[in-house]
Design a protein around this ligand. Sequence first.
Ligand code: C5P
Length: 255
Amino acid sequence: MTPAASDPAGSDKEVMMVSHAGSCLFCALDTNDLETALSFARQLRGAVGGLKLGLEFFVANGPEGIRKVTAAGGLPLFLDLKFHDIPNTAAGAVRSAVALEPTFLTIHTSGGAAMMKAAAETAHSEAERLGIARPRLLGVTVLTSLTDRELHSVGQETPVAEQVQRLAALAQEAGLDGVVCSPHEIAAVRAQSGADFTIMVPGIRPATALLGDQKRVMTPAQARAAGADYLVIGRPITQEKDPAAAARKIAAELR
Ligand code: C5P
């Protein structure tokens, strides 16, 4: 059971029972190897607030792999499967995912309001049926790998920043709990959506790390100051010799 599962009513935005400097950090375990993920999960217990597992891991290891990693880490799970389909099918995927007791689960906001509403309703009803905490549904806005130019090439004329705000508003209206967005959109989404809307942010680099592309990344402290609730950090933790120490060092930047 994840810590959030002890809060079945679960209407509060703060869903973490763990409380330490790294509580807002989710470490992305971008691997297809079960043993590697299990090892990180064991090492990172107490050093981060949760673990993010995505499609790379899920496609290789399935629900059973997810359960094993969650059990090994005893940490809240961010299940980043980015569902995007017709409302009935997306809702069915959410129904299946609820049984894995993720604290956070993602769907694409560009799937539209009807898809998001169906997903949100199903997350509620299925969690209630199973008697477990419902996952917080987060909407993926514009993938951080897309630029204005790339959006334009798929017929999307609105600039990235404006499109993220539009999709965040749509997600909130549809009953989602929050969004995933790049560090650059945190402040605008926070101003628009209010304090209760969860903002989960990837693209974070510790202040001590070399910034490959200064424009596209932010430090943990900058992202939190801009209004992010949770930070997704992968390689700056997983590629270090001592991942737990690296996570604690990042957490220390937030104090
Ligand atoms: O780069 P890093 O290893 O910290 O990435 C962690 C997670 O953040 C990845 O799993 C990816 O989903 C996400 N990410 C992103 N946009 C980026 C970089 C990473 O959404 N520009």
